[in-house]
Design a protein around this ligand. Sequence first.
Ligand SMILES: Nc1ncnc2[nH]cnc12
Ligand SMILES: [Zn+2]
Length: 337
Amino acid sequence: MSDLDAFIAGLPKAELHLHIEGTLEPELMFALAQRNGVAIPFATVEEVRAAYSFSRLQDFLDIYYQGANVLLTRADFRDLAIAYFDRAAADGVVHAEIMFDPQTHTARGVAFETVLTGLMDGIADAEARHGMSVKLILCFLRHLDEADAFATLEAAGPWLEHITAVGLDSSELGHPPEKFARVFAAARAAGLRLVAHAGEEGPPEYVHQALDVLGIDRLDHGNRSLEDPVLTARLARMGMTLTVCPLSNLKLCVVDDMADHPIDRMLREGLRATINSDDPAYFGGYVADNYRAAAAARGLDRDDLALLARNSFLGSFLPDEAVAAHCATLDAFVAAR
Ligand SMILES: Nc1ncnc2[nH]cnc12
Ligand SMILES: [Zn+2]
């Protein structure tokens, strides 16, 4: 391992943009398919990996929702979560705010409670074995309608003390944030924080809506904000955190080449950018791989990498004291190198 690789892996960091269903590695997909007697349209792990070639977000989503079919029981969600937390801990993640898509499961007859209790079992394990803190973000699927999102929020009612925020994911184009204005307002009224995917494939106008109509606390992706200088300046001025996902951007053709990735431009423009893995089992790497890929392609130095890690704590939903403690640990780590 090079010095920079070791620096990246050791850098204390938070992961703020991670879909737990997107951590389903082909090996676990096969194991769960067998355990649950679910048929999958692949004969080998290699065949699964070969199918992971996408030219846009929808190509990926089609295969990602299909993969989730093997997740049926509380133990499945626990095992999925534990596998992710183990990988994340090895990458220096000390705090994770993970997203889950209840509608992907409730639509197949898996109860909300099964999903949530399984994830909570995994979280308890991560806290005990890794000392990692974890928060949950319930995402609404934006290709479904507002009524379905409201039904999901209602199903979450008994579990709200375990959920920190709601988010908005799935097919962006044609499903603008304003479609979910009322359900986001209800989530805010219920005491939840708000995040939304915007500006991944969608235009800067969707980012404006996420800010002005939804009132988000954090922006997932946000890449296309850079097309609008006024919006970029506004995001910088308000200290909005962007959860950027370099390998996802490459795999989903948001950028043509990692050499074109705007992560350093975002920092230069004063944006509070962070680095995250999105759906690591599908995009070829966990969070440290994303730091490494961005660093190699854009020549990021240790100061840039430490700033990105610092931003991950500043952009988290942790209380101020915990943020300050993590930043102090980060400073000590950097000073010791
Ligand atoms: N990158 C992404 N964009 C939109 N929805 C998603 N669901 C999982 N990953 C996603
Ligand atoms: Zn995402």
